[in-house]
Each structure stands twice: as C-alpha cells, then as structure tokens.
Design a protein. Structure first.
Length: 348
C-alpha cells in the first residue's frame, strides 16, 4: 500500500495531483464540526488518507470549546461509506507488506476507538450504503440517523474477511441474536429495521434530511439530542424476521444454526435466503466470525479491537481474502472459489 503524503504538507514536485480532499471538514458559526466524506468514485470507501483526515479533525475538535458537537455526512448520493480500503489491503497482503497492512488497520481501529470515547455528541447521517468500515465511523458514535434509503451491513464473510471495526464488540450486544445474523450472513438492514435492531438510533425520511442537517449544524448544534427527538419518526416495529432470527441464531454452533434454518417453518423463504447467504460465504470466515463474536460478547471494545487487529493482519495474507476481494471488486464475477472447508466452530 503506498504511503499517502501528509495531506497537510505542501505539494512537492512529482506528487500525485489531488484536486479534491476525500474528507472535507469545517466548523459552523453555531459550533458544529462537520465532516463530509467526499470520495464518491469509491463510494467513500475509507482509505488511509481519509482515516487520517478524520482523526486529525476529531482530535482537534475534542478539546476545542468552539465545537459543541460533530456531524458526519456524505457527499455521495449513493453511499455514506462502503467500507474500508480493502483493495489496498489486498494488494499489500499479496505483496507480503505486513507493515502497510498493520499501519492501515491500526489507524482505522484507532479512529473507531476515538469515536467510541468521544466526549461530544457525534451524529452520523446515513442516506445510502453503510457497510463495514462505514459502520465503524458511525455505530460507535452517540447517534446514527438512517433514512429509508440507508442500507447497513457487515458483509465481510462474503469476501473472505470477518466483521472488524469493533463489530465483535457491538454485534453480540444487539438484541435477539440479531448481530450474529448480520455478522455471519452479511444481510442488509434498511431504514426502520436498522433502528429496530440497534445499528441506527433515529429514522428520518430522506426528504427531511436537509432540514435536520440545517438544525444540527445551526441553532441545534449545542443540543443535537433535542433536535433528533423532534425529527425522528415514531419507534420502529421489531427488525425484519426478528422471531426467526432469535430462534435460529441462538444456536450453539454453525451446524446447529444450519439445522435450525433447515427446520424453520414460519419463515421458510427467509430461511432459504439465509442458508444461501451462509453457503456463499467463506467457510473459514464463518468459523472465524463465530469464534470472534463469542469472545467479543465478554470483552471490552479495546480488547475486541486488539483481537481484531491481530486477526486482520493475519487474514490479509490468506488466499480466501485475496479471492473474495477479487470476486467482489476486481473481476466482479461474484463467484469466489473458497479454499477447503474450515473446521466447524462453536457459536457460543
Ligand atoms: C465486503 C466488504 C466491502 C465491500 C464488499 C463486500 C468493503 C468495501 C467495498 C468497496 C465497495 C466499493 C468500492 C470500494 C470498496 O466493498 O469493505 O473501493 O468502490 O470497502 O462484500 O467489506
């Protein structure tokens, strides 16, 4: 992975021309620190430069009394943030450049921890895709606004990776085994269902987002909670298929999970779709994810991030990860050929 130039350093001859910063930040007169993700060509997938720019702004604002709260938004109409820079991680992993892999994940998970411990209200406005690393810069904050166009997922088992960015902390803590479902299958949740399962905190129709943003960055910057309460739609009904998810994903192991899905009667179509997602995932990723979520249920966020960092550096070198990213993002054939079946792992 090439080391990006310090974004704040003056340009030198031979520097790659970057006409637009991939993260734009400003502070409004009312005291809102605004982070705008602006790498739309990659659906705002977080590269190391973006991670560093965000970290720099949040660190400066943390101790700045002129900043009362933070709002994170996207300049892309399609995506909040599609994930981490897995193309760069794959290239570094294939080249055996462990230093670059570790530098990337250390910076990304460090940003996740910074957000989790942030002393000021931190609101992410999610109107489009938020996957993987995109959840890492939203779920750890105090509020996640999701619209009906928001689509949230942890799809890593489908690319030979595993749910990282602190997911081994927050997924096992979602109600009704819903995090096990999301983390193992990569299933998407949208709009109100995302609030019902706990990934989102407020549902606001996309049509209302500009007015909400004006309030959060204007008069409401000092008390975003009050603004969010005013704008949010009434509490959501239970997340999609909540009963079947709780029945099946409370299974003690992957074989038992498959057996419960196969025997599911009430939600047959959902069970078939869910089995298909498990069948499409990397078997090694499923086994790793099961072990990781089980360990994460009894760990602090810091312990989870340290465990994920160790695992991410090792996973970046695996054939399944290289193959999974190839099939999803390089050749886009969506037909990964996974390595041999992994050992079954107990879920809990
Ligand atoms: C799983 C993932 C990611 C993914 C697809 C998966 C991920 C990620 C991207 C992505 C998407 C569009 C881009 C890009 C990256 O896709 O983390 O650069 O333009 O960043 O199935 O975890």
């Amino acid at each position: 992975m090439p080391e990006p130039a310090d974004p704040a350093a003056p340009a030198r001859p031979g520097d790659q021309v970057r006409t637009e910063e991939p993260v734009r930040t400003h502070v409004t007169p009312a005291g809102a620190g605004v982070v705008e993700l602006a790498r739309p060509a990659a659906l705002n997938a977080l590269d190391l430069t973006m991670v560093r720019l965000m970290t720099r702004a949040l660190t400066a604002w943390r101790d700045d009394p002129a900043v009362r709260s933070v709002v994170v938004r996207s300049a892309s109409p399609k995506a909040f943030c599609a994930g981490g820079d897995i193309l760069a991680v794959r290239a570094a992993g294939m080249a055996g450049d462990d230093t670059a892999v570790r530098a990337y994940f250390t910076a990304e998970y460090g940003l996740n921890a910074l957000i989790a411990g942030y002393p000021k209200p931190y609101t992410a406005l999610i109107d489009g895709y938020a996957m993987g690393g995109g959840l890492g810069i939203s779920v750890h904050g105090s509020a996640r606004v999701v619209t009906e166009r928001a689509s949230l997922a942890m799809p890593e088992t489908g690319i030979g990776f595993f749910p990282d960015i602190g997911a081994s902390y927050f997924l096992p803590r979602l109600p009704g085994a819903y995090g096990w479902y999301l983390g193992l299958t990569g299933a998407r949740v949208t709009g109100r269902a995302a609030v019902a399962c706990g990934l989102g905190t407020h549902h606001v129709p996309a049509a209302g987002l500009p007015a909400l943003e004006a309030e959060l960055t204007g008069a409401g910057a000092a008390d975003p909670d009050a603004v969010l309460r005013r704008f949010a739609a009434p509490p959501a009904p239970p997340a999609g298929h909540a009963d079947a998810v709780a029945r099946c994903f409370s299974a003690p192991g992957l074989p038992q999970l498959r057996a419960r899905l196969a025997a599911e009667e009430g939600q047959r179509e959902w069970a078939d779709d869910t089995l298909a997602l498990l069948d499409a995932a990397s078997p090694a990723s499923l086994a790793i994810t099961a072990g990781l979520l089980r360990a994460g249920a009894g760990s602090t966020l810091e312990e989870c991030l340290a465990r994920e960092l160790d695992l991410a550096c090792r996973t970046a070198r695996t054939a399944d990860f290289h193959e999974g990213v190839r099939a999803a993002l390089v050749d886009k054939d969506r037909k990964p050929a996974w390595s041999a079946q992994a050992q079954p792992e107990r879920l809990s």
